[in-house]
Design a protein around this ligand. Structure first.
Ligand SMILES: [Zn+2]
Length: 182
């Protein structure tokens, strides 16, 4: 797989196909999006929202969640706001998300099958990590997006003039559905 990509890449650069993508690091729409790493959203999400290269900072992880209010997602958003001029943050969950109803016990079982030792798993506990909670998915995507929006709106390091909105995108049609406020 890696060889295949490198081969494609050499031709991409040689043919100057990059010229269609040249832009700056500053997001033209002053927008940041937190969303899920789901493969169906790779092209659908920007296409359905009318976004192109250079418009937006997109931060993705499994579920589009913030598992730590001072972790890497919020750090990225702070850089986007204070250094790159972002004024609007959208949290975009999606239908049929793999993280919904994800069972941490089942995943720990899969880890053991792949040779991760019980000793390693126990060590997580000694390091102060609630392993099962860390791996657990969410029950309902609307609630997850609403809670994430709420966390960002009340985050002590995010200025009050930053607009934060929440949506669920249809994984097939790309329709954006606003998440109702609490
Ligand atoms: Zn997902």
């Amino acid at each position: 797989m890696i060889e295949e990509i490198l081969e494609y890449n050499r031709k991409f650069v040689q043919d100057e196909n990059y010229k269609a993508y040249v832009t700056s690091k500053y997001p033209d729409k002053k927008l940041a999006i937190l969303s899920c790493m789901d493969t169906r959203l790779t092209e659908l999400l920007p296409a359905a929202m009318g976004l192109k290269n250079g418009d937006v900072k997109i931060i993705k992880n499994a579920g589009g969640v913030i598992s730590n209010p001072f972790g890497s997602v919020v750090r990225s958003l702070l850089i986007a706001i204070f250094e790159l001029g972002v004024e609007t943050i959208l949290v975009v969950g999606h239908t049929d998300c793999g993280v919904q109803h994800m069972d941490s016990k089942a995943m720990i079982g899969h880890m053991k099958e792949r040779g991760i030792s019980q000793e390693s798993l126990d060590m997580m506990g000694y390091c102060g990590i609630d392993f099962e909670r860390w791996l657990r998915g969410f029950d309902d995507v609307d609630t997850s997006v609403r809670e994430t929006v709420d966390l960002l709106r009340n985050h002590p390091l995010i200025p009050d003039d930053i607009q934060v909105g929440g949506f669920v995108i249809d994984t097939v049609t790309g329709e954006l559905m606003p998440v109702s406020e609490k």
